[in-house]
Design a protein around this ligand. Structure first.
Ligand code: WTA
Length: 653
């Protein structure tokens, strides 16, 4: 049985949820009056422009509506309403790769957002409901662009800066974006890198929807300008008025789209709402991170992922907090960078991914001891399972055994935390997400809704709709239903299935056991194996490919591809003779189609794939082989049972 770590009460002054009794009371309050309790929070937290008529509308399930009839504005919620009490408080503290700093107070952020919103409207003709793709580095202008969209009711879709031109193009086309906001480039590990050329390449074909490109200057490197399409952010924004009324939008108006990987090749545009999303972003900021007025909060994610959306921008700002935005990487100039920043900014909550913790542990185990980390109160992790070794280093060396670790389980689709310890209340078991937050009906069940026995694996489902849930997949309602409400039922009604497996122990603690679908988790980034396969297939010599995850020391999971080559005519034989060259080429194709985040760690050339007689690839066998494990599955039902032995021989060699 795991050791239990109790919260150090002295670290917390008036937390919102003080102990497990209060937690249970709140859970029961939701049980007694689910909608009414959500309404209490919505009334207390949101500055409504117009009150809502209905708390939860289930008439068109699973297309749930929350707080229908109400009107609000998320930029107003995140900025304007704080101006009376916090106008000179730091909203965003920016630290660049090379250590340059910029601080935006709430008042300054208000002016910047208003000017940018005016520019979007007046210069680029962006209207309520239009889509704006943001392809930006981690600089304050990215936050400003997001909030400017929210201010005028435009829907932003941020594409992570590590995605390739092809991946960016797919997302622009799917969202039919009118405007692309980007930067010349930025800095990484002391050197400039470029983004604008990627946008140019993406726009070469099929992006007729894009009318204008707005470019922020960050690294000052030379870029090409397309006349009539490309405009300088700085040049245009300086002439705009710093007054811009916040556009009232309906509760259900989409705040943003964020593309994420699923089990087919095409990424899904996860659509979030305005009211439900911002409510939960703010509430979880307060509950999970115990955010207080004088705190400085640092989430190391990139704004290109949901963690960056909810816990660098929307959650902290809605809660009126100070949020740190960091352009660089945790290991530059050395593995003490994060701890140096914690000391300098007196960071109170530090939130990162297990991959980063493992990397910092492996490359700089002694670094935390060199800095004063006494300001830290809460350490968070997200995005992938954390292993006990990394957990223990984080807890003991970074947190000096004093901080609460919040292992937060959630997803792009859930908008905010779902299962996590409450820092002042929950007795923690290492590497365990513990209990669902109040209001979140997370259950571990069989596909028919039967609760699993303690210690048994089951499907992790959310069996009641919640305000910050995904509303649909942009442009594909059927796929939304099928992807999330097609697998599990409770009391005969479809319920949200996360795609993750989980296990509940005797005391009700929930541990996430990982994805049950063909999605792998590389450095906390979700990657669809089908997406990688689709890219690899574009190499001329590839006949078939199957991609699986393989445990990786730092990244959690690495990408392993089994490739079957086409039989090539004799005269071309020497072209494919060199496997090393082919591996490079295949990775080159992946880099072009998706980006460097999807490069394969291993590529094995095999004579065939283990398939059933109906042609289904038995990935479980491939996973075992990749791990070097004995294949326990029954291979007699395979079309060619001898293939397993042949693959094993190749891998052993
Ligand atoms: C995984 C990131 C274990 C999980 C916020 C989920 C986790 C996927 C945890 C979502 C955790 C997230 N422990 N696994 N604490 N948090 N995951 O959409 O497989 O990028 O389904 O959202 O990450 O990834 P996404």
């Amino acid at each position: 049985m795991s050791k239990i770590y109790h919260p150090q009460k002295k670290m917390f002054k008036e937390p919102l949820i003080k102990n497990m009794c209060e937690y249970t009371e709140l859970v029961e309050k939701f049980e007694e009056d689910y909608e009414g309790t959500w309404a209490c929070f919505a009334d207390e937290k949101i500055d409504w422009f117009k009150p809502y008529d209905k708390i939860l509308d289930e008439s068109d399930a699973p297309f749930y509506k929350w707080f229908d009839g109400g009107e609000l504005n998320v930029a107003h919620q995140c900025i304007d309403r704080h101006l009376e009490t916090k106008k000179n408080k730091a909203a965003i503290i920016f630290e660049g790769d090379n250590g340059d700093q910029r601080i935006l107070t709430y008042r300054e952020l208000y002016y910047e957002v208003n000017k940018t919103a005016n520019m979007f409207k007046n210069k680029f003709g962006v209207k309520k409901g239009d889509r704006v793709v943001i392809y930006m580095p981690m600089i304050p202008e990215a936050a400003v662009a997001m909030l400017a969209c929210a201010r005028i009711g435009a829907i932003h879709s941020i594409v992570f800066g590590g995605f390739s031109a092809d991946a960016l193009r797919d997302r622009i086309i799917d969202a039919e974006a009118k405007l692309v906001v980007t930067a010349d480039g930025a800095y990484r590990k002391g050197k400039p890198y470029m983004l604008k050329p990627v946008v140019d390449k993406a726009l070469e074909e099929g992006c007729e929807c894009v009318e204008k490109v707005c470019i922020v200057e960050r690294n000052g490197e030379d870029i090409e300008w397309v006349a009539g399409r490309d405009y300088s952010f700085e040049e245009l924004v300086k002439n705009e008025s710093s007054k811009c009324d916040a556009e009232p939008v309906d509760s259900e108006h989409p705040l943003f789209l964020l593309y994420t990987s699923g089990s087919t090749g095409k990424p899904k545009g996860v659509q979030h709402s305005s009211a439900g999303y911002i409510l939960w972003a703010q509430m979880t900021m307060e509950w999970t991170f115990d955010i207080k007025d004088n705190d400085t909060f640092w989430c190391t994610a990139d704004i290109g992922w949901i963690t960056g959306h909810t816990y660098i921008i929307y959650g902290p700002l809605a809660a009126g907090a100070t949020t740190v935005m960091f352009e660089g990487v945790p290991t530059f100039p050395d593995a003490g960078r994060c701890w140096k920043m914690v000391e300098e900014y007196r960071i109170n909550q530090f939130y990162t991914a297990p991959t980063a913790i493992r990397l910092l542990h492996k490359t700089g185990a002694d670094e935390p001891a060199k800095y004063d980390l006494s300001s830290l109160r809460i350490l968070g992790t997200v995005g992938e399972p954390i292993d006990p070794e990394a957990w223990s280093w984080y807890y003991n060396e970074v947190g000096s055994g004093q901080c609460s670790i919040v292992d937060t389980w959630w997803q792009t689709e859930t908008g905010g935390h779902m299962i996590t310890p409450l820092p002042a209340a929950t007795p923690i078991k290492p590497a365990c997400a513990t209990f669902p937050l109040p209001g979140i009906k997370a259950e571990v069940i069989e596909a028919d809704g039967t609760p699993t026995e303690a210690g048994e694996k089951g499907y992790l489902c959310i069996t009641k709709p919640w305000p910050s849930m995904i509303r649909t997949i942009w442009g594909d309602k059927e796929r939304f239903k099928k992807s999330y409400f097609g697998d599990c039922k409770k009391d005969g009604k479809p319920v949200y299935f996360s795609g993750d497996g989980a296990m509940k122990d005797e005391e009700g603690y929930i541990t996430i056991t990982g994805r049950t679908d063909d999605v792998i988790n590389v450095s906390g980034h979700r990657m669809g194996t089908a997406e990688v396969e689709a890219a690899v297939k574009n190499h001329d010599h590839v006949a078939e490919v199957a991609v699986v995850g393989k445990p990786h020391d730092i990244k959690g999971e690495g990408i392993f591809a089994y490739v079957v080559l086409k039989s090539v005519p004799v005269e071309e034989k020497d072209v494919v003779a060199d496997e090393m060259e082919l591996i490079k080429e295949i990775n080159g194709v992946i880099k072009n189609e998706i980006g460097a985040i999807a490069l394969c760690d291993d590529i094995a050339f095999v004579p065939g794939l283990p398939k059933t007689r109906s042609g289904k690839i038995m990935r479980r066998i491939l996973r075992s082989l990749a791990k070097g494990e004995e294949v326990k599955q029954d291979t007699s039902t395979l079309e060619d049972p001898s293939i397993v032995g042949k693959i094993k021989e190749i891998l052993d060699a």
